[in-house]
Design a protein around this ligand. Structure first.
Ligand code: ACO
Length: 319
């Protein structure tokens, strides 16, 4: 069977590193509070002249290099983001321009923190339906631009960054994306949202969140889609080599790991190093675990995410 196989990964974090300690100079918080509640130790913040498409392009270049490909080899570019450079066009078309790509097609996906999983699912479907042979799938965010830096309950949680993968349709020992389960329920929209937009306020707005409500639903929703993706493939939790969750909060990650009965050493955790980078967090974590040699060809990898909407999803990948 032909499947979408991941040929390369890449990541980019801005140069400006902001530790909890540094943050506590301007926000009424402490390293101890943040680490205890979230596991976050630091985050990276984009430079004033750096926009989401810049971060996305840097991650994309690295993924292409690791895949031994050039932009000429790519047919589809998908950027998962909730912080595009402009209201329109899509950040993906700007990335296309920055990479010097005149062929193919590019578009954005907006599913907040679940954006990368939605984008992987969309690329997988397009490739299987003959819309192209290779896709560049990117998650990229400049969350710092939509944070209310006077709201300590939210501004300490997020960071900026980008991650990317190159997918190629091929028939190779059953490797590739095996199954994806996506869900959303808009009844929860007001638990986590940005209070602005082109059609309502003509402003960009800031992140508003009921943290406890998000926490309350996260573990159950994530576990559901993980089990669904496993069932669709006739596999179980015990078959997993690596679990690569959305990096929002160490306590949510531990909660899901416990519920699924996963050994902690199979769970990839990067939230301590770059906080919640929304749609960028899963590809950044994948990139980390590929570069440090944990994820190897043939390994069974589960990715998952949950975020504003609520949206949630999981994808099972034979690496
Ligand atoms: N520093 C110090 N104190 C703080 C801070 C801070 N940064 N933020 C809040 N507090 C205080 C509050 O004011 C409150 O004080 P009070 O008791 O005097 O009123 C106290 O800490 C407890 O506040 P809560 O909001 O109840 O704290 P909670 O234990 O719920 O932790 C947190 C908050 C970390 C946000 C938690 O609810 C959580 O992890 N939620 C999940 C949300 C999440 O990860 N969202 C990410 C986006 S969604 C996604 O990606 C899945």
């Amino acid at each position: 069977t032909k499947r979408a196989i991941i040929r390369g990964t890449g990541g980019y974090l801005p140069a400006n590193l902001v530790t909890n300690q540094k943050l506590s100079e301007t926000v009424d918080t402490s390293d101890e509070w943040i680490v205890q509640r979230t596991g976050i130790k630091q985050r990276y913040i984009a430079a004033d002249d750096e926009v989401t498409s810049d971060l996305a392009t840097a991650a994309a270049r690295e993924a292409l290099a690791r895949a031994n490909m050039s932009i000429d080899d790519i047919d589809i570019v998908i950027v998962a983001t909730t912080t595009p450079d402009m209201t329109y066009p899509a950040a993906a078309t700007i990335v296309q321009q920055k990479l010097g790509m005149h062929h193919g097609f590019a578009f954005d996906i907006q599913a907040v923190c679940s954006g990368f999983v939605y984008a992987i699912a969309t690329a997988d479907s397009h490739l299987k339906n003959g819309m192209g042979r290779r896709a560049l799938v990117i998650g990229a965010e400049t969350n710092s631009r939509i944070l209310d830096w006077t709201d300590r309950a939210t501004c300490v949680l997020f960071g900026d960054g980008a991650g990317a993968v190159v997918l190629e349709l091929a028939d190779e020992n059953d490797r590739g994306i095996l199954a994806t389960s996506l869900r959303s329920d808009g009844h929860f929209w007001d638990k986590l949202y940005v209070d602005g937009g082109p059609s309502s306020t003509q402003t960009v707005g800031h992140v508003r969140m009921e943290g406890r409500e998000v926490f309350k639903h996260a573990v159950g929703m994530i576990s559901d889609v993980v089990y669904t993706a496993l069932e669709q493939s006739g596999l179980t939790v015990d078959d997993l080599d690596w679990f690569v969750p959305h990096q929002a909060n160490k306590r949510i990650i531990d909660g899901v790991g416990n519920k699924l009965g996963l050994a902690p050493d199979k769970v990839v955790v990067t939230v301590d190093t770059h906080a919640n980078t929304s749609a960028a967090s899963v590809p950044l974590a994948l990139n980390t675990a590929v570069v440090d040699g944990r994820i190897k060809p043939g390994d069974l990898v589960m990715i998952e995410a949950m975020g504003g909407g609520f949206t949630w999803g999981a994808s099972l990948i034979r690496w």
